[in-house]
Design a protein around this ligand. Structure first.
Ligand SMILES: NC(=O)c1ccc[n+]([C@@H]2O[C@H](COP(=O)([O-])OP(=O)(O)OC[C@H]3O[C@@H](n4cnc5c(N)ncnc54)[C@H](O)[C@@H]3O)[C@@H](O)[C@H]2O)c1
Length: 379
C-alpha cells in the first residue's frame, strides 16, 4: 500500500513511522524540506534506540527507513492509496491543500485529516469526491499511543470508513469510530478532568498538588490534571478547551478557565517553559503531601462524576458506541478504567445524586445531568 503523509512535524513524522513499520511505502511531503529531513534524522535516532533496547534489529530499522521517501512536490502523491494530512491546524490552509490534493489523486484514493479540532465535514466539502474523505485522528506520540479515532464526515461513504478501520487495525493500532462532533471522543469526554479540577482550585478548595495527588492516589489516574496540563502545555490544552467550547455554541459545560488562560498568557506553559502549575527547576517530593481524606474524596467524586456524565452523554448523543467510548478513554488517555463501567460500579443513582447536589449548590448548567444517566439510574 502506498501512503502519502503531508506535514513532517511531530504528528506527520510519527504517522510515517507507524505506516512504514506496518510495511507501507510512505511518501512524506512538507512545505519545508528541512522539516522532512529533521523528521527522518529524528526517526533514525528513535530506531537506533529501539535496537539498543533490543526491540528491533538492524534489518528492521533499515526496512522502516527504506520505505520512507521524502518528496518535494505534492504532485508526487498522485499514486497514493491513502493520504494522511498532518499540517498546521488552520482551516483555510487545510482547505486549500485538500482542494488541490483531491484533484490530483485517483478517485479511489482515501484522503484523511489528522485534525484535532476542525470539522471533518467542513474539510471534506472542498474535495472532489468528498465521500472518500475521513478523519484519522492519531494521538501524540503516534508510534506509542494505541488509540486512533476514525471520524467519518457527513459525506463519507460507509465503505471507506470500514476500509480505513481495517487499515488502522492492520497497523497494530486500536481504532474507534467517532461521530464528527467537537473533540470527537477523547477531547470531549476528558474536558472535565481539567475543567473541574481548575474550578476546584479557583474556588480555593485545594491547591494543585492536593488535587493531583487525590486523583492519583484515590482516583487511580496515572497523572494528575495539573501535571498533565503542564505536560501537554497550557497553551495547547487551553486552545483545545476554547475550541470545543466555541464549537458547542458556548455550552457552559465546556467553559474554559481564567486560571489556565492566564498561565498561558504568562508563558507558564508547563514543562516546555520549565514553569507551569509546578516549577520544574525544583525537585518535588509529592509524597510529602498529607492528604485530608474527606477533601481528597470530595475532589475525586466531583471530577469523576463530571467525567462519567460526559461519557454517558456522549453515548446518549451517539458520538460513539459504549465499547468505543470505554476503549478511547482507557487507551487514548490511560484512564484506569472505562468511565461507564466506573459509573456502573459507583452506581448510576449515586452519580445522579452527586450531580444534582452540585446543580443545587451552583445552579449552573455546567452540572446538568445527562438524560441517559438519569434513565440508567432509574432502570
Ligand atoms: N501535536 C499533537 O499533540 C496532535 C495530536 C493529534 C492531532 N494533532 C493534529 O495534527 C496536525 C499536525 O500537528 P503537529 O503537532 O504535528 O504540528 P507541527 O507544527 O509539529 O507540524 C506541522 C508541519 O506541517 C507543515 N506545514 C504547514 N503548512 C503546510 C502546507 N500547507 N503544506 C505542507 N506542509 C505544511 C509545517 O512545515 C510543519 O512541519 C494538526 O492538525 C494537529 O491539530 C496534533
Amino acid at each position: 500500500m502506498r501512503v502519502g503523509v503531508i506535514g513532517a512535524g511531530s504528528m506527520g513524522a510519527g504517522i510515517a513511522q507507524v505506516a512504514s513499520t506496518a510495511g507501507c511505502d510512505v511518501d512524506i511531503f512538507d512545505q519545508s524540506e528541512n522539516a522532512c529531513q529533521k523528521a527522518l534524522e529524528k526517526l533514525e535516532k528513535i530506531l537506533t534506540r529501539l535496537i539498543e533496547k533490543g526491540r528491533i534489529n538492524q534489518a528492521e530499522k533499515e526496512s522502516v527507513l527504506g520505505k520512507i521517501n521524502i518528496v518535494s512536490d505534492l504532485n508526487k502523491l498522485k499514486d497514493a492509496d491513502l493520504v494522511i494530512e498532518a499540517i498546521i491546524e488552520n482551516e483555510k490552509i487545510k482547505k486549500e491543500l485538500f482542494s488541490q490534493l483531491s484533484k490530483l489523486v485517483s478517485k479511489h484514493c482515501i484522503i484523511a485529516t489528522n485534525t484535532s479540532s476542525l470539522s471533518v465535514t467542513n474539510l471534506a466539502s472542498v474535495c472532489d469526491y468528498p465521500e472518500r474523505f475521513i478523519g484519522i485522528h492519531f494521538f501524540n506520540p503516534a508510534p506509542l499511543m494505541p488509540l486512533v479515532e476514525i471520524v467519518p464526515a457527513l459525506q463519507t461513504d460507509n465503505e471507506w470508513t470500514n476500509e480505513v478501520y481495517q487499515i488502522i487495525k492492520s497497523w497494530n493500532k486500536s481504532p474507534v469510530v467517532a461521530k464528527d462532533t467537537p473533540g470527537f471522543i477523547v477531547n470531549r469526554i476528558a474536558r472535565p478532568f481539567y475543567g473541574e479540577s481548575l474550578r476546584i482550585f479557583e474556588e480555593g478548595l485545594a491547591d494543585f498538588i492536593t488535587i493531583d495527588q487525590s486523583l492519583k492516589i484515590i482516583g487511580g489516574f496515572k497523572m494528575g490534571p495539573f501535571e498533565l496540563m503542564d505536560f501537554i502545555g497550557n497553551d495547547v490544552n487551553y486552545a483545545v478547551t476554547e475550541s470545543v467550547f466555541k464549537a458547542f455554541y458556548y455550552d457552559p459545560r465546556y467553559k474554559p478557565s481564567f486560571t489556565q488562560k492566564q498561565y498561558a498568557e504568562a508563558n507558564w506553559l508547563g514543562r516546555k517553559t520549565n514553569k507551569g502549575y509546578y516549577d520544574y527547576s525544583k525537585d518535588y517530593s509529592y509524597s510529602d503531601v498529607d492528604l485530608d481524606k474527606n477533601l481528597a474524596n470530595m475532589i475525586v467524586n466531583r471530577v469523576l462524576v463530571m467525567l462519567i456524565n460526559e461519557a454517558v452523554d456522549a453515548l446518549y448523543l451517539g458520538v460513539a458506541s459504549e465499547e468505543d467510548i470505554e476503549k478511547a478513554m482507557t487507551k487514548g488517555v490511560n484512564y484506569p478504567k472505562g468511565l461507564i463501567e466506573w459509573g456502573r460500579e459507583r452506581t448510576f443513582s449515586w452519580c445522579v445524586s452527586q450531580l444534582d447536589e452540585l446543580y443545587g449548590k451552583y445552579h449552573e448548567d455546567r452540572y446538568r445531568c445527562s438524560p441517559l444517566l438519569r434513565q440508567l439510574a432509574n432502570s
